[in-house]
Design a protein around this ligand. Structure first.
Ligand code: DAT
Ligand code: MG
Length: 140
């Protein structure tokens, strides 16, 4: 059994519609433990750094605008195969293609305003967690 940690964001479209608790319920029902959580307003610099891998994409500007447009909830989730498991629980990037029961199918508004972020690999999870949390803020 491999206990993993992944980084999660409940995005501004989710906090705007008061969906923090509803999304956290889906996360917890999937067997993922929320071992760190805080509500923040991302700065432009934080959003640009976080999504730097997408900086040449045509949607980068609107992505940064959106992520800084309102509060987000940043989280660390822990569980067996947490990274892949959370990607499954989130559903496809485009909610029109997301499977039934996934967070994006249940709640996302569009491909851009798609309610949640989850790390895509162990290396990115480590980097993303470190951007927003110090070690003593994570209580497993
Ligand atoms: P994911 O969030 O599923 O890992 P990604 O890493 O490919 O998806 O893209 C990061 C975010 O960028 C995504 O959650 C929403 C936005 N995005 C991706 N593709 C987009 C598109 N074609 N149009 C608008 N926004 C897009
Ligand atoms: Mg991604």
């Amino acid at each position: 059994m491999v206990l993993e940690r992944t980084f999660s964001i409940l995005k501004p479209d989710a906090t705007a519609r008061n969906l923090t608790g509803a999304i956290n319920a889906v996360i917890e029902q999937a067997g993922l433990r929320i071992v760190a959580q805080k509500r923040i307003r991302m700065t432009r610099e934080q959003a640009e750094t976080f999504y730097a891998v997408h900086k040449e994409r045509p949607f980068f500007g609107e992505l940064v605008e959106f992520m800084t447009s309102g509060p987000v909830v940043v989280q660390v989730l822990e569980g067996e195969n947490a990274i892949a498991r959370y990607r499954d629980v989130m559903g496809a990037t485009n909610p029109a293609q997301a499977a039934d029961g996934t967070i994006r199918k249940l709640f996302a508004k569009s491909i851009g305003e798609n309610s949640v972020h989850g790390s895509d690999a162990p290396e990115t999870a480590v980097i993303e967690i470190a951007q927003f949390f110090s070690g003593n803020e994570i209580v497993g």
